[in-house]
Design a protein. Structure first.
Length: 277
């Protein structure tokens, strides 16, 4: 079952018209939330990011779009689908149908879907650069919109080359992220991640990992431009998002990474996830 504007409907009964703006123009934002034992993980952070994204895209936020209302709608959808294990819930918001590039209205529709999470941390994780196309290091790249063509093409490239993921670069050839997660590298006690100005998504898990690192006396965090050459020289590299948590990268081209610190950070992140309100 799907939740369309608060109504639970069968998957096959949801009809997208030819004038759907998410379909035609990618005029949509979304949040992907992990649900564990009926609890939305880092929900407040997801909610406030969604509100900021809607305001940036000049969508009209309904009066009933409160933290509590959307939490209720998400949990209702998860419950009716009998998702008893860890669950991925996606909340999509799009401008209502109509118009060309200029919409007829800024009012919105929303859709909630859920499915059980089947992901588990992989012992081996191989990545390489995706250089066919580059991301733009503008502020819009930090927003979780439906415009994911580069991520899609990079995922196809990864599949064709038997990789687990690809590292995306911006127009200045700086490292941005991987197709579905933020990226961190470790060199000694220094942990680096690209700043948002490089065009990376303003990730919820990214912010949480940064808080774990900065609260520790063992490491120094630096948000700075990362070149592909630095990845080759790193001791460890890991990626993170709200669904997978922390996934260490083991191989980049001919380079093999250790995973000791990444695994320690993953344990701290998992505790933060379980104790989040």
């Amino acid at each position: 079952m799907l939740n369309y504007n608060g109504n639970l409907v069968a998957f096959d009964d949801v009809k997208i018209t030819p004038n759907n703006r998410a379909f035609k123009y990618g005029d949509s934002v979304f949040e992907t939330i992990k649900v564990v034992h009926g609890k939305l993980v880092f929900w407040e952070e997801h909610y406030f990011r969604l509100m900021a994204s809607m305001r940036m895209l000049r969508m009209k936020i309904p009066m009933n779009f409160t933290l509590e209302f959307l939490e209720e709608q998400l949990l209702k959808t998860v419950s009716v689908n009998e998702n008893n294990k860890n669950t991925r819930a996606r909340l999509s918001v799009t401008r209502k149908d109509g118009g060309f590039y200029t919409p007829n209205t800024n009012e919105i529709d929303y859709l909630i879907e859920s499915q059980e999470i089947e992901y588990s941390t992989k012992a081996s994780y191989k990545v390489d650069l995706f250089k066919d196309f580059y991301m733009y290091s503008g502020h819009l790249s930090t927003v979780k919109t439906n415009n994911k063509l580069i991520h899609t093409l990079a995922s196809i490239y990864a599949k064709e080359n038997e990789l687990d993921n690809c590292i995306l670069l911006n127009e200045r050839k700086g490292v941005v992220e991987v197709t579905n997660a933020s990226l961190f590298l470790i060199k000694g006690t220094l942990i680096k991640t690209p700043p948002l100005t490089e065009g990376c998504l303003k990730g919820i898990a990214r912010e949480k990992v940064i808080s774990v690192i900065t609260s520790s006396n063992n490491y120094t965090l630096e948000e700075a431009v990362i070149s592909p050459f630095e990845i080759q020289k790193a001791d460890e590299v890991f990626i993170t998002n709200s669904i997978i948590g922390i996934q260490p990268i083991t191989n980049y081209r001919k380079k093999e990474f250790s995973t000791d610190i990444s695994k320690k950070l993953a344990m701290s992140f998992n505790i933060l996830e379980l104790t989040s309100k």
